[in-house]
Design a protein around this ligand. Structure first.
Ligand code: APR
Length: 190
């Protein structure tokens, strides 16, 4: 576990299973259909139960497919957390199809929806680094820098946690935190 104070909020990295989180919201690495899938998407739908898919179907009926970089919120069903925020990461091609910008948008839009729904804490998986093939060594700095930039502005969110499914992924995010928080700008407290 790694924890850093950024402008009176906590940035936390843990290894674990995001479906067990007790933060106010967990983020799902979904696909545009919102009809579930494998990986963390499959785990969340299994752990939360059919209510999540029901609400995803309503979102689809109202707004159609969820574009990459956007986010939508549903119940968490029978999980301990209150909300699932579904976001669609970029599929990795070779880094010149706006993948970094779309990935940053996933974090930004998820945080925006979390604030709008009164969340004080939120947990993220490592978006796009599984089936979508985004190299974790490139995704981690985008994720960490986007979240640190968000926390540098005043927010009601007091805790942002990355829940990483393997030590390899944890180490990549830990290095991204070291680069930004220890090597990068030293004063992250306002
Ligand atoms: N808790 C936390 N992280 C998890 C869990 C879990 N229970 N299960 C998997 N992960 C991790 C993976 O190890 C990977 O590091 O989540 C990260 C994202 O991997 P994917 O779930 O494959 O997501 P992504 O790469 O964004 O691909 C999304 O895969 O499952 C489908 O429907 C989904 O089409 C979409 C695509």
């Amino acid at each position: 576990m790694i924890e850093k104070i950024i402008n009176q909020s906590i940035l936390s990295l843990v290894e674990g299973d995001i479906t067990q989180e007790t933060t106010n919201a967990i983020v799902n690495a979904a696909n545009s259909s919102l009809m579930g899938g494998g990986g963390v998407d499959g785990a969340i739908h299994i752990a939360g139960g059919p209510k999540i898919l029901e609400e995803c179907k309503n979102i689809r009926a109202q707004s159609g497919r969820l574009p990459a970089g956007q986010a939508a919120i549903t119940t968490a069903g029978s999980m301990k957390t209150r909300f699932v925020i579904h976001t669609v990461g970029p599929i990795w091609h070779n880094g010149d199809k706006n993948e970094p910008e779309i990935l940053a948008s996933c974090y930004q839009m998820s945080l925006k929806i979390a604030e709008e729904n009164g969340c004080k804490s939120i947990s993220f998986p490592s978006i796009s680094t599984g089936a979508y093939g985004y190299p974790v060594s490139l995704a981690a700095p985008v994720a960490i820098n986007t979240v640190v930039d968000f926390l540098m502005k005043d927010t009601a969110i007091q805790l942002i946690r990355f829940v990483l499914f393997s030590s390899r992924v944890f180490d990549a995010y830990a290095e991204a935190v070291r680069q930004r928080v220890e090597v990068g700008c030293s004063d992250l407290r306002k």
